[in-house]
Design a protein around this ligand. Structure first.
Ligand SMILES: Cc1cc2nc3c(=O)[nH]c(=O)nc-3n(C[C@H](O)[C@H](O)[C@H](O)COP(=O)(O)O)c2cc1C
Length: 287
């Protein structure tokens, strides 16, 4: 392993392109302390990720959905159960209706493609019944969790593929604001739940994006056992976020204050505190 420095330019979408030399460290936000001897495009794509919320009007190339789903299906999956599905939505009116269920998120309308990722136990129930049992194992909370994990891993593989193609995307957790309305719109069977959506399109080059700072490794990486989270380290994150927000012409709010607000009380969950009851109504047994 050796140190290296990114020597590139930014492309039209503000994404880093280029290479590293072997003297300095600039990759990652916060920067990676030690870089591998050989940099590669996969690392570049992963570390250059940023959500895109503004898109060009252009349609996506033929085959894009199938390519993204192939990447998604290549993700690891618990016991090879593949407890997820995805619905590709292109119809403008359906996208608009889905956007209206998310409390904002106008980028759903603007994106040419909206992928809705499902934790899906319905197909597994069918397989179990075809094989002569009732799939009792699906009745437990563990199975719902498997579906949610599988959907997230699959979607994130698609996001990496999207980033590698120079396309842009943004997850939409707002799909969980009104899950029953979403289920009706998408005609979901019992035991299928829209975990999140994902807008996909060509990023609008006139809207600059940048790599958003993350917490310092000292508060997320522990060795052998859980350790102390020091408030000075959190303050350094707020400083990094302030600089980022100023650069993006956003209000310079401390990020930890925003995080704290998002988890302050039940009201902050915007109705999602009712999720257990809603999931049961959607057919999940959650024992
Ligand atoms: C599960 C999930 C749900 C999200 N929901 C939304 C959303 O509803 N609307 C939105 O604009 N961004 C949403 N995001 C995007 C996050 O805000 C974004 O990933 C985060 O701020 C980090 O920024 P970056 O992706 O540019 O690095 C979501 C991300 C994830 C992983």
């Amino acid at each position: 392993m050796q140190e290296g420095r990114w020597l590139g330019e930014h492309n039209d979408c503000g994404q880093r392109v280029g290479r590293l030399d072997s003297h300095n460290i600039l990759i990652g936000n916060p920067p990676i302390p030690v870089l591998p001897e050989k940099w590669n495009n996969t690392l570049q794509v992963l570390l250059d990720h940023r959500s895109s919320r503004h898109y060009r009007r252009d349609a996506l190339p033929a085959g894009t959905v199938e390519l993204l789903v192939a990447a998604a299906q290549s993700a690891p999956t618990s016991s090879n159960l593949q407890a997820w599905s995805v619905i590709a939505v292109k119809d403008a009116e359906r996208k608009a209706r889905l956007a209206s269920l998310t409390d904002g998120n106008e980028h759903i309308r603007a994106a040419p493609l909206f992928l809705v990722w499902l934790a899906d136990l319905s197909r597994l129930r069918q397989i179990a019944r075809q094989q002569g049992n009732d799939g009792e194992g699906l009745d437990f909370h563990e199975s719902f969790l498997i579906g949610a994990i599988d959907a997230a891993l699959a979607a994130q593989n698609a996001v990496v593929a999207i980033d590698s193609l120079g396309l842009g995307s943004c997850y939409i957790g707002g799909m969980r604001n009104r899950p029953e309305d979403v289920a009706r719109e998408l005609k979901l069977p019992p035991e299928a739940f829209a975990v999140f959506g994902l807008t996909v399109g060509y990023p609008d080059p006139s809207v600059k994006t940048d790599v958003k700072p993350r917490l310092p490794q000292s508060v997320v990486l522990f060795r052998e056992q859980y350790g102390e989270v020091r408030s000075e380290e959190l303050a350094s994150y707020d400083d990094a976020m302030k600089a980022f927000q100023e650069k993006q012409n956003l209000p310079p709010k401390g990020r930890t204050s925003v995080i704290a607000k998002r988890i302050e009380n039940e009201a902050a969950l915007k109705g999602r505190s009712q999720l257990t009851a809603i999931l049961r109504r959607l057919g999940f047994r959650l024992k």
